[in-house]
Design a protein around this ligand. Sequence first.
Ligand code: ZN
Length: 468
Amino acid sequence: MRSLLLPIAMLVTSSIALPSMAVVSEKSLDDAQQLREIALRSHLGYDIVESLTVEVGPRLAGTPADARAVAWAEDKFAQLGFDKVYKQPVKVRHWERGHASASVISPFPQPLAITALGDSVATPKGGLTGEVIFFDSVPELKAADPKRVNGKIVYIDARMHQHREGKEYSLAVAGRSIGSSVASEKGAIALIIRSVGTDKSRMPHTGNMRYQEGVKKIPAGAISTSDAMMLMSMKKRGKAITITMDLGTTAFQAKTSYNVIGEITGTTYPDQYILIGAHLDSWDEGTGALDDGAGVGITMAAAKLIKQFKPKRTVRVVLFANEEGGLIGAKEYRDANAKDLHKIKLAGESDFGARSIWRFDSQVHPKNLDLMASIAKVLKPLGINHGDNKAGGGPDVSILPAKGVPVFSLRQDGTDYFDYHHTANDTLDKINPEELRQNVAAWAVVAFLAAQSDEQLLPLTINTNLDK
Ligand SMILES: [Zn+2]
């Protein structure tokens, strides 16, 4: 197959300007427009996320609910008529939240809405009590004299504001991910953070954390943004604040979960793959509708709708295991398929909620940019602009470009994503079916046209070699 494709690539290589020189045929462009209109009328994406949130609900990696989600995904792929359905084992941690409570006991006693951070150790039986020391950020905590921190509960008040691209998340999340070990090194007995979220509500946001090796593990929780505001006002009264907190988390033995994969087999290039996907696991307090049931619904529906147009390349949907635990399923996928990654011609993950897509970005070989431009034209009527060639591809897929795999991003409006992210409020009612249909249409268009192009889709490593 490759040799047939070479002449086209060589023509492009010799820099002859051949605008839209059959990167995709007229027939495929017509089909893509038809597919887009079918997707805009289809309820399938919503039906899938509804099914996942109602029939499985929360599905924290390693739990019995996670195993039910895997079975659900296999059944769903089969029901939808995917040509091939299979799963790949992934070792995942098994951690459960248990109870969580906290209160200020002095100077002004009152309860706080708290939740444990994922992987946190439990407090001693009956809880722990300590004076609170306040910080705005991890760097400020890092700079603190250990004598001031020793024996206290560290509180980090890193704020985050609404933004279409969720810009402040990566900064605010440091307290959650590494705060406990930084605090512990200075002798703290526990960590509490302001929830990494943009809402005004009493719903605390959980999320992944990691303990640094060799540092004593201390319990870590997040209080709601409403409680954070109250606590900061209490601090202004100038009196020492004492808090008691009780987290009943449990770490169990590691379990086996699975990446669940469904394929629509290509008619011309069955061994070349367009990979689209989402993560199957979710946090335990909501039903994982936005994170990432929406992505599951969007990508499964897109591939199913593509099937009737008989794509030339194989469209592979990967539902990754345990993204929330730190891209665990994605890393296993990358390593287990190390020899075959060059067969993935384009990849993308949907994992930023369910709002409308406003921009299409790619990270492809420069010689494939004409194809991206052709795709962008079909996306335009959906209100999607053509962005740049610096896409990350989505969390699980973001580790593939380093292996040469080209990626794309369909960027959603994330303005209110972090209002619900990792809270009990991440539920189906937050999804607007209309906006979800726009997502399905866009994913169907990109995956289909990438599958249809007779142009050779080049790996990023060749890109580097050629350009140097
Ligand atoms: Zn997610």
